[in-house]
Design a protein around this ligand. Structure first.
Ligand SMILES: *Cc1c(COP(=O)(O)O)cnc(C)c1O
Length: 403
């Protein structure tokens, strides 16, 4: 995986470019993300589980990988979870499982990390970018419907999959998206890289669509200490296909012949051990993220546009992202006060050179384009202290009033 900057992905660790902070001289810094306190909390559990792997020596497909898959499935309230090498591979394997290939159209939210489009193009398929709703930042079901009809009318591509993205941790509007997909005979492959831990009416992300992928990149709500990902499915036969694709297309328990095209994308046992320790603390961390978000909400209401909270939906709070006109000036003021922020995303998918040929260029996704000029992510992690949140809010409120 190539290097990322804080400008291009929620996956980027910190503005200062490393995951751990906390040297004495840096006490007044409030980073976007600080994973050091989490490590201090879980140090013994993580250490014991990692040592266990070093002792038994099954570094690939060891018992911790199987255990993690069982606990992930249980957490997500689905029959099966298949771990893979990273969240991008999870998307690609899920698409390969649907036999997505050249001539197929995959409808994807236009406001997301480039990996969502990359996985589609790597399958040889055509991404069709769908505009977002201005307040949820998630796929606009009306625009989805319009674009499916347009592709059907043009008659050149075969509409096959819808890929909603749960941006910043907020589950997309699955009720409408699933209905539209069903009406047009499309499968939903949900990119939940940022939303594992979120719910709709009490139902967990992972169980909201037939196929859901997530990422365990260190900065995601459930993050490891390296790359990792998983695919959740409610379909009885699909998990077996994913397990085969992640291992060169071999069927279960038989390495004599590869029965389909596959890749090499397993989750290391050591990484699985780390994630097991973190998963066991995850519910409490999601609760803490919710408390952080509520403190921001109460301080910033009426001052900037707050993240939307649709009825019955809970976010995993991968990011706490506000919208404001004077974004760049306010960001500079926060930066001057040693408060870390990030812009996810500086540009929508259709304006990246790697993806623009699949779009009609600037102006073709107006909401994505406008939001990308106004969005700003504030410090968010389970160990963010109430006093730190207050300092972020004080600084932000001053900045908004003085621009
Ligand atoms: C992080 C992310 C991915 C990719 O996950 P990796 O584990 O980094 O490969 C895909 N989609 C979205 C929306 C993401 O945020």
């Amino acid at each position: 995986m190539s290097e990322r900057t804080s400008e291009d992905s929620p996956a980027s660790p910190l503005n200062q470019g490393h995951i751990f902070s906390g040297s004495r001289e840096e006490m007044s810094k409030i980073p976007l993300l600080d994973l050091r306190p989490q490590f201090e909390r879980l140090r013994d559990e993580i250490g014991a589980l990692v040592l266990g792997v070093l002792d038994h020596g099954q570094f690939i497909k060891g018992p911790e990988m199987m255990e993690l898959e069982e606990e992930l499935a249980e957490f997500a309230q689905v029959d099966d979870a298949v771990t893979v090498g990273n969240g991008t591979d999870a998307l690609q394997i899920a698409l390969m499982g649907e036999r997505v290939g050249p001539g197929d159209a995959v409808f994807v939210s236009g406001f997301t990390y480039v990996a969502s489009a990359g996985a589609i193009q790597l399958c040889g398929a055509t991404p069709v970018f769908v505009d977002i709703r201005p307040h949820s930042f998630n796929m606009d079901p009306d625009d989805l419907e319009t674009r499916i009809k347009r592709v059907k009318d043009a008659g050149k591509l075969n509409p096959k999959v819808v890929m909603p993205v749960d941006l910043f941790g907020l589950p997309a509007n699955y009720e409408r998206i699933l209905a539209i997909a069903e009406a047009h005979g499309l499968t939903v492959v949900a990119d939940a890289a940022q939303s594992f831990g979120g719910t709709i009416h009490g139902e967990r992300v992972g169980s909201l669509a037939e196929v859901t992928t997530t990422s365990f990149y260190p900065t995601k709500p459930l993050g490891g200490y390296g790359d990792g990902g998983a695919i959740f499915t409610t379909h009885p036969d699909k998990a077996e296909v994913y397990r085969s694709i992640r291992e060169h297309g071999f069927p279960a328990g038989d390495r004599s012949s590869a029965v389909r095209l596959g890749l090499n994308s397993r989750l290391d046992t050591i990484q699985a051990a780390i994630l097991l320790a973190k998963l066991r603390a995850f519910s409490g961390e999601i609760q803490r993220r919710e408390e952080v978000a509520r403190q921001y909400d109460s301080r910033l209401e009426g001052i900037v546009e707050l993240p939307l909270r649709p009825e019955g939906v809970t976010s995993a709070w991968s990011q706490y992202s506000i919208r404001l006109e004077a974004r760049d000036a306010v960001r500079a003021a926060l930066n001057a006060n040693r408060i870390g922020t990030a812009i996810y995303y500086i540009k929508p998918l259709h304006l990246h050179p790697a993806h623009e040929s699949f779009s009609e260029g600037p102006g073709s996704l107006p909401v994505c384009e406008q939001v990308s000029r106004q969005v700003l992510s504030l410090p968010m992690h389970p160990d963010l202290a109430p006093e730190a949140i207050d300092r972020v809010c004080d600084t932000l409120i001053d900045a908004v009033r003085s621009v």
